[in-house]
Structures are given as structure tokens and as C-alpha cells.
Design a protein around this ligand. Structure first.
Ligand code: GDP
Ligand code: MG
Length: 136
């Protein structure tokens, strides 16, 4: 079942020089390919649409500030069960709870600055891919 998912390398990953490391891990999964890739800064409107489900939560405003604090790298990753697979590769939201071997488990400590976003379902992937790569 080939799928497409949206991945964002968050500003902490870019600042810390982990773009190559993280993309390398994704590329080395058999059969997964990068279908699109772009570095950009996120405007407020895109961020609000992307994280709309969290509006009103205590971490929402700091999250928006963090996500706008520097460039991110947006990728479309394509392949077998890639939506579930990238969530596994990223690890749970809290990097301290994430197992070693996962991206968040290996490189993160702070919940907000957890390096990577990956779509959490087919519905989210469809919505997020349209938001970040409307032409694709
Ligand atoms: P994800 O799907 O694993 O990225 O997690 P969520 O969709 O629940 O949250 C979106 C993002 O908000 C997370 O990746 C974190 O960057 C941040 N976040 C989520 N929960 C918390 C929290 O309890 N505290 C803080 N500071 N940030 C959070
Ligand atoms: Mg999420």
C-alpha cells in the first residue's frame, strides 16, 4: 500500500545541523523515496492551519513561536505504509519517552523541540500535503 506523508524538519533540527542525518534515515528505509523537498519559513496562516487542532491548548502559542523561529524543511515522503512508518521512526511526541533508535529518542529532550513532524493518519496526510505542496 504505497502512501504519501508530510514530514517537517522543525527549526531545531535545521539549527542543530541534523537535516542530513534525519533525511538519511528516511532514505535508508527500503523503498521509501523523497517525492518533494523544500526549505522555507512558515507564515502565521500556514501554521494556524497546520496546528489548528491544538488551538487553545497551553502549548499552542509557544509552539507557534517556535515553528516560526527559523526555517524548516518540508518533505513529501512516498512508500509502503509510510504514514505509520514515519510516526514510528519519529517516536512519541515527548523525546524522553521516545525509544533510542527513533529520531526524537536519539536527538531530543524538550517536548516542544522534538525535531520532526509527520502526518498522523491518511486524513491528516491528505490535508497537510495540500497545505504544504498544493501543486503536487
Ligand atoms: P505530534 O503529532 O507527535 O507532533 O504531537 P501533537 O500533534 O500532539 O503536538 C504537536 C506538537 O506540539 C508536538 O510535536 C510538540 O512540538 C508540541 N507539543 C505537543 N504536546 C506538547 C506539550 O505537552 N508541551 C509542549 N511544550 N509542547 C507540546
Ligand atoms: Mg500531531
Amino acid at each position: 500500500m504505497s502512501q504519501r506523508t508530510l514530514v517537517l524538519l522543525k527549526p531545531d533540527a535545521v539549527r542543530r545541523g541534523l537535516i542530513g542525518e534525519i533525511i538519511g534515515r528516511i532514505e535508508r528505509k527500503a523503498g521509501w523515496t523523497i517525492a518533494a523537498l523544500e526549505m522555507r519559513e512558515l507564515d502565521q496562516e500556514t501554521l494556524e492551519q497546520h496546528y489548528g487542532e491544538h488551538k487553545g491548548k497551553p502549548f499552542y502559542e509557544p509552539l507557534m513561536g517556535f515553528m516560526a523561529s527559523g526555517p524548516i524543511v518540508a518533505l513529501v515522503v512516498e512508500g509502503e505504509r509510510v504514514i505509520e512508518g514515519l510516526r514510528t521512526l519519529a517516536g512519541p511526541t515527548d523525546p524522553i519517552a521516545a525509544a533510542p533508535g527513533s529520531i526524537r529518542g536519539d536527538y531530543g529532550t524538550i517536548v516542544r523541540e522534538n525535531l520532526i513532524h509527520a502526518s498522523d493518519s491518511e486524513e491528516s496526510a491528505a490535508r497537510e500535503l495540500k497545505l504544504f505542496f498544493p501543486g503536487l
